[in-house]
Design a protein around this ligand. Sequence first.
Ligand SMILES: [Zn+2]
Length: 250
Amino acid sequence: MVENEEGGSNVGIVVGKDSILIVDSTLFPSKFQQILDFCNPLARKPVIGVFLTHYHPDHSFGAMKSPLEKLVNENTQRVLESLPESYLKDLRSRLGSSGRELSGLAFERFIKIKDGSSVDLGSRTVRFFHLGGHTPDLTVAYVEDAGVLFASDLLITTVHAEIVEDSDLNAWTEAVERLYDLHIDHLVPGHGISVKGTENLLFTKRYLEFAMSMIESLYHSDMKRLDLPSEFQQLRFPELLAEGVVRKLG
Ligand SMILES: [Zn+2]
């Protein structure tokens, strides 16, 4: 696990007896390369590919200069392959000088993975579930023997949720509910710290209920009901919630 204090996305390194799978790739190819450099001496096993949980650049773009195979849901592939040049240009200019390394990304070497399919790393199976919610393509990775779930941006632990244009809050809630059936010892979110146990599934559900009620209240201009409940006041980057609600109202 590679965690980022600034709220950047987490990366998972799943090590089996024979091979390694990386989960997500950060925004920057240089950072992703550092992670690969870290993996090599770690286990002396081949990295068979990088699984991308969804198309968002802070999870997927780091891998886009790597020759590694990218394991993705078909919707993730479709979105990445059809990103307009204006989107990339806009992102690069917002990032300033650090955006320069996002030139020349190659959206290729995709391997489609289906809901429920798995890869075997040698005495260790990683299974993928396409759940949607945060984005329609969002897919999680479950390390069966270890009970570790890479829940990506479906899960909230210490950072507010990113509610984006194509987030579906009802589908998101249903996606979280589907995870109850799994035996989970550790939950890894897309941003923020990983946690033991499954309490944060319920926490996320309550958060989504609050976000929906907030959107509903604002829609009806009932400003009285907008206080952030105490259990969500510790979460970092509250502007994410404000931006998400504004997006959904727009
Ligand atoms: Zn995301």
